[in-house]
Write a protein that binds this ligand. Structure first.
Ligand SMILES: CC(C)=CCC/C(C)=C(\C)COP(=O)(O)OP(=O)(O)O
Ligand SMILES: [Mg+2]
Length: 354
């Protein structure tokens, strides 16, 4: 039985006034203490700052080799602090090489989002290449088998693009520590991730946010699943393919991935609502669907998170009862650890609190 504790989470009070001026909303009278709402999660894991700094140092060196170490991107690494994220989400992890490979994957998957999908300075406002770009990003980790001439053309295209080169190189590094089945897991999860990226773009093109049910179904794919599913590789064991593919384990992995990604939604929602383009996070979706203030939508989002985590408790108990193999319990403990670390990482990293 996992211990869940109440993490009092600050409720955003900022919301746009009718004249577009940001300020303290009427919900929080000046001088009042910020409102909080409970988020139920396992306890916060320990910090390992030296290891986190070493992982960040290593990935910045790697980004330089990939041609991705612009001043903005390096500053972004320090704000995002993926090295700290990996140490928090893998509290038992002690293999620096494996943890570096996992940190590279976070960078690689984030740059695909930043360069090919998000509304920002890296992407032309009229860019319509998300589909072809995501197809190439997937090919960079799931190589096409072409004729010699075409293969050479694809290899050159991949190597000429820092984003594609980063996918290819990070995945090759990950494969050094993965069984073929674990590597195939990652390939599949990232293809799903790109489906999620593409769906967001579809809503961006029509400038509409989806209803909450549809947003959450997509967020389960547009999620940290490629990271959570590395938990056995990082700890140097393998959940056997037939157990990983078991529907009960699949349900646990999917639900844990959604829960962890909602931590991103909650922690980043104010920044995203203030930023350019449609804000893709659960509070913004609920606010738009139910026509309620941001703070109420945020509280409802936390209630959905808490309901999901209760479901996840039931999922894991059902799964360990049905599948008594100790490797299953070890894997599920890794999913819980990812949830615990992800919450703390997101609510304390500069990327979301600045
Ligand atoms: C590292 C990884 C597998 C990410 C996949 C899902 C993803 C892009 C996020 C969880 C980030 O969410 P978002 O697009 O909201 O970005 P911010 O970090 O909030 O800017
Ligand atoms: Mg976000």
């Amino acid at each position: 039985m996992i211990e869940l504790v109440q993490h009092d989470t600050p409720v955003p009070s900022r919301q746009q006034h009718t004249d577009g001026v940001w300020g303290t909303s009427a919900c929080t009278p000046p001088g009042a203490q910020p409102r909080t709402t409970p988020l139920y999660c396992p306890p916060t894991p320990p910090e390992r700052p030296e290891l986190a700094a070493e992982l960040n140092r290593r990935v910045i060196v790697w980004m330089t080799e990939m041609g991705l170490a612009s001043e903005e991107n390096v500053a972004g690494v320090h704000d995002h602090d993926p090295g700290r994220g990996i140490t928090l989400c893998h509290p038992g992890g002690d293999d620096v090489e494996r943890m570096t490979a996992a940190t590279k994957m976070i960078i690689a998957e984030t740059v695909v989002d930043d360069y090919y999908c998000e509304t920002n300075s890296r992407r032309a406002a009229d860019d319509q290449q998300i589909g072809p770009n995501l197809s190439m990003a997937q090919s960079a980790i799931d190589a096409p088998c072409l004729t010699g001439t075409h293969q050479a053309q694809w290899d050159k295209r991949r190597d000429d693009d820092p984003v594609l080169r980063a996918q290819h190189d990070a995945f090759n590094d990950l494969k050094r520590f993965s069984t073929p089945a674990q590597a195939r897991r990652t390939t599949h999860d990232i293809a799903q991730l790109y489906l999620g990226y593409n769906a967001e773009n579809g809503w961006r093109l029509i400038n509409r946010l989806p209803p909450a049910w549809q947003y959450l179904a997509n967020r389960q794919m547009n999620s940290f699943r490629p990271c959570l599913a590395l938990t056995d590789m990082l700890d140097g064991y393998e959940l056997p393919p037939e157990l990983y593919a078991h529907p009960l384990v699949q349900d646990c992995t999917a639900r844990a991935s959604l829960i962890a990604t909602l931590h991103n939604d909650l922690a980043s929602c104010e920044r995203e609502i203030r930023g350019p383009g449609l804000p893709f996070n659960l509070p913004a979706v609920i606010q738009a669907e139910e026509h309620i203030p941001l703070d109420e939508a945020f509280v409802k989002s936390c209630e959905i998170h808490n309901e999901l985590i209760q479901e996840f408790e039931a999922d894991t108990e059902r799964t360990t009862s049905a599948l008594p193999d100790p490797t299953v319990a070890r894997y599920l403990t890794g999913l819980w650890a990812w949830i615990a670390g992800c919450r703390h990482w997101h609510f304390t990293t500069a990327r979301h609190t600045a």
